[in-house]
Design a protein around this ligand. Structure first.
Ligand code: KG4
Ligand code: ZN
Length: 342
């Protein structure tokens, strides 16, 4: 605990290709948020190579944690707990963060808290919005996940819809790869789309069966592959980007608003790397405004992988008395909730 009585949590994130450490006070106030990205390293291969990601985490994790404590102006003894992403993710990458967290928890005699990475993405909303009304609908769209959750309460979720094939982030990244415009593709497409025409190419939108809240992006990827084989130069790269982004955004926004209507909630949240997309946030803002729904989207730096969201989720778990032992395991895949029976 800090000298002024704040509960201080150290969060550690190493589930994919960002090494992150952060100190959060009272579950809301970010005292530090250090992120060492491996994006440049994985650009060479056009995707994350798990073994390279793990080695890079090993090389960086101590320095990143040290920096997070330094910026926050505290030492290990000031902490109330150490929270770490232990599931789901690349198991070798997760192991690095979990091992570091265990070492700190053991040596400094602090509680250890294992965090579900997707749950932490949802909690990023609590870092910037202090009047979130539950129940809420939360769209989580990242590089590996695309799900629409009903958030009934803390640690109480139901999956209303999920992708049947690719995640939304994968749709951005794989399309960018087919177009040869860099990695990771989401942020590049977002930037190019700003000056492109979203109606230049009419990409398919997979609405699936009437009433379904599930998502599907594999048809879009195939459409990009087929059309790009006929020549990328037939459209400007900005038009490709804007048209692609419009197709992904239409689906994500349409399904999220439908989920809110269906459940009758008044609050919508977005989370995950794709929620950093400027087209998505603009479209969600306007759709929520016309339905009179409150909307929360974290700033881009808290949408993509970071450790502040891990520390925030850890604060809520500590407050609920849920801590783990040093036997905490890393789990490569685990759903946050069960699909809705409705
Ligand atoms: O949440 P995240 O950082 O990592 C995972 O948990 O997967 O999400 C990464 C994904 C990548 O697919 C990346 O291309 C996408 O988020 N992304 C974006 C933007 N920034 C990151 N997608 C669209 N627009 C962006 N501005
Ligand atoms: Zn993530």
């Amino acid at each position: 605990m800090s000298a002024d009585g704040n509960v201080l949590i150290l969060g550690i994130e190493t589930s994919c290709d960002e090494t992150g450490a952060s100190v959060v006070a009272d579950g809301r106030e970010i005292r530090s948020n250090i992120i060492a990205s491996q994006a440049q390293l994985h650009e060479i291969t056009g995707g994350v190579v798990p073994e390279i990601a793990s080695r890079e985490h090993v090389a960086k994790v101590n320095a990143v944690i040290g920096e997070a404590l330094k910026v926050a102006g505290i030492g290990f003894s000031d902490l109330d707990a150490v929270a770490v992403a232990n599931r789901p993710g690349l198991v070798g990458a997760l192991l690095v963060g979990v091992s570091a967290a265990k070492a700190i928890a053991y040596a400094a005699r602090k509680p250890l808290i294992g965090i579900h990475h997707i749950e932490a993405h949802i909690y990023a909303n609590y870092l910037t919005q202090n009047d979130i009304q539950l129940p809420a609908v939360c769209l989580v769209a990242s590089g590996g996940h695309s799900e629409i959750f009903l958030v009934r309460g803390h640690a109480d979720y139901e999956i209303l819809g999920r992708t049947r094939d690719d995640a939304a982030g994968e749709a951005f990244d794989k399309s960018a790869r087919l177009l040869g415009i860099g990695y990771p593709g989401g942020a590049v497409i977002d930037r190019l789309a700003q000056t492109g025409n979203p109606d230049a190419i009419r990409f398919p939108r997979a609405w699936l069966a009437p009433g379904s809240l599930d998502l599907s992006f594999s048809g879009l990827k195939t459409a990009v592959r087929n059309l790009s084989r006929q020549g990328i130069d037939q459209y400007s790269i900005e038009d490709w980007a804007a048209s692609l982004q419009a197709a992904i955004v239409d689906i994500l926004v349409g399904k999220t608003i439908e989920a809110a209507r269906r459940t009758g909630v008044r609050q919508v949240m977005a989370a995950g790397g794709v929620a950093a997309n400027s087209g998505l946030s603009a479209a969600l803002k306007s759709a929520c405004a016309s339905d009179g729904l409150a909307l929360s989207i974290p700033p881009p730096i808290l949408c993509t992988d970071n450790a502040a969201m891990i520390a925030c989720a850890g604060s809520f778990q500590l407050a609920a008395g849920r801590t783990d032992t040093l036997a905490l395991e890393t789990v490569p895949s685990e759903a946050l909730a069960l699909p809705s029976p409705r």
